[in-house]
Design a binder for this molecule. Structure first.
Ligand SMILES: [Zn+2]
Length: 147
């Protein structure tokens, strides 16, 4: 088995909120040790950490080594993952973003009290930071555009 998502988090237990043991790059080979609901217990080689073991969500794992991010089923990952235009890496970390000077989170105002939080994605290859919406934000944007 291989990781097919751009980044797969290995967690200490079969729970999406559990502590992250390591983050695996796309195409990492996994040894499957066990199964529990939607999670697989795996062992993998991490370039910086050596052998790591823990739990990964089944949707991040596939039987074939992916050739590129575009080979990943769009329904499996959050959405099509863009490549970094600086270094062509496709591994991004989605993080909260805050303007220091504004003292708040950037957002798209969609109503008097409603807004969509703007997040940032950080390229794990070169550190480029770009603003973007997360999955929830894109869903809310789509709904708002339909109004
Ligand atoms: Zn980059």
């Amino acid at each position: 088995m291989f990781t097919i998502a751009p980044v797969t988090r290995v967690r200490v237990s079969a729970d999406p909120q559990a502590e992250v043991v390591a983050e695996l790059q796309q195409g990492t080979e996994l040894e499957v040790l066990g199964k529990k609901e939607a999670f697989l217990q795996v062992s993998a080689w991490h370039p910086g950490r050596g052998r790591v073991a823990g739990w990964v969500h089944r949707s991040f794992v596939g039987g074939q080594k992916p050739e590129s991010v575009h080979a990943v089923d769009a329904a499996i990952v959050d959405s099509v993952v863009p490549r970094c235009h600086a270094c062509s890496n496709a591994n991004w970390a989605l993080v909260p973003f805050k303007h220091d000077y504004a003292g708040g989170h950037p957002n798209i105002p969609t109503g008097f009290l409603d807004s969509i939080d703007v997040k940032a994605r950080v390229c794990l290859g070169c550190g480029l930071v770009e603003l973007c919406l997360d999955k929830e934000g894109r869903k809310r944007l789509t709904e708002w555009l339909k109004q």
